[in-house]
Design a protein around this ligand. Sequence first.
Ligand SMILES: NC(=O)C1=CN([C@@H]2O[C@H](COP(=O)(O)OP(=O)(O)OC[C@H]3O[C@@H](n4cnc5c(N)ncnc54)[C@H](O)[C@@H]3O)[C@@H](O)[C@H]2O)C=CC1
Ligand SMILES: O=C(O)CCC(=O)C(=O)O
Length: 392
Amino acid sequence: MYKVLTYDNIAVTGLERLPRDRYEVASEIQHPDAILLRSFDLKGVTIPDSVRCIGRAGAGVNNIPVADCSRRGIPVFNTPGANANAVKEIVVAGMLLAARHICEAWDFTRSLAGDDAALAQAVERNKKNFVGTELAGKTLGVLGLGAVGVGVANAAVSLGMNVTGFDPALTVERAWQLSAAVSRAGSTDDLIAHADFISLHVPLNGETRNMIDAGRLGSVKKGAVLLNFSRAGIVDEVAVRAALEHDRLSAYVSDFPTARLMGVKGTILLPHLGASTVEAEDNCAVMIADQIRDFLENGNIRNSVNYPTVEMPRCHPHRIGVANENIPNMVSQISAALGEAGLNILELLNKSRGEYAYTLIDLDTEVPPAVLDRIANIRGVLSVHPLLAHRP
Ligand SMILES: NC(=O)C1=CN([C@@H]2O[C@H](COP(=O)(O)OP(=O)(O)OC[C@H]3O[C@@H](n4cnc5c(N)ncnc54)[C@H](O)[C@@H]3O)[C@@H](O)[C@H]2O)C=CC1
Ligand SMILES: O=C(O)CCC(=O)C(=O)O
């Protein structure tokens, strides 16, 4: 049986892709082969030696110690684009909440009492306090044109907004998806200085932490709206608070409430709801379950954030997967260990990505444990796993 340890709620539709006669899936389990999670912070957890892969049902992997996993030969998978539509829709909602003062207006309405005539009178007398602005004709700046950013940019174009975007590593695939009406900002600073609405869609990493800081907030258009459905750490919240208090920003719409921003005028804080739709949860769970299953059973790697894509059709019963450092002589040493044991290689696929590489090898017979040990002890080999067509 394969053992899968889950953190967070993973949609049943996805878990059902792991057949119960071959997979034990539980939130408490000894010696797991795989870990399946959403936003649970795995950084403070000791990952057992038995773990062969980690699956993130979602996009962001800042909750996973990816560098450590890489060094241990553990691929980390995510589900690119699987929840992007859900986030796109909530960002549009966020712009409307801010532009039309819907939260304050709703609070006001809920405070009313009386008969219909009294309600109508209070409504008509007070609605002037909630006059908003329309999105059409305003400029939206989208920072990060990945799965979510492109969706947000295109939706805003269809709402009549002028949209500008910036992404120094825009992929060809995303460029094809992006509306031709979206203009290219010259830089992050350029985007921030000219937008009425600024929406952040970059991953949280060393480069993006606190990228929206006091300096940048000092250059926003007065009364701009900042939307953060990416991660709290992308903004310097002390600077955001000051920008709200000095009316530099009229609103900060964020999916990540933090103590410093609670109750601050102009904040609209949501409980990390971006991907919380039935559709997104199903999409992410199905995609990640399929990916970890294909890895555990066939060694195939698809949508890993730290190892190369390596996919080889399964035509032979005996296969091993080897993760190794991307250094000279690895494949020759691995094939020598197999050859010297009298094992014949039928197919071999080796791919590298940065400092790491991964090799799939199909053989004519099963690889004995002593040979697996010998491969595991080659300097630079990080993990080696037999991939049985049918695990007992
Ligand atoms: N609130 C929620 O529930 C959700 C939040 N997210 C967050 O949104 C982020 C983006 O998600 P996706 O669009 O699916 O990821 P993605 O990987 O498709 O797109 C991220 C884009 O950001 C770009 N980028 C990276 N550094 C940049 C920089 N310094 N300046 C400009 N662009 C930069 C990348 O080139 C890439 O195109 C995730 O990393 C996650 O943190 C994602 C899904 C749900
Ligand atoms: O699983 C969730 O609800 C959070 C989704 C998210 O933040 C992501 O995909 O990066």
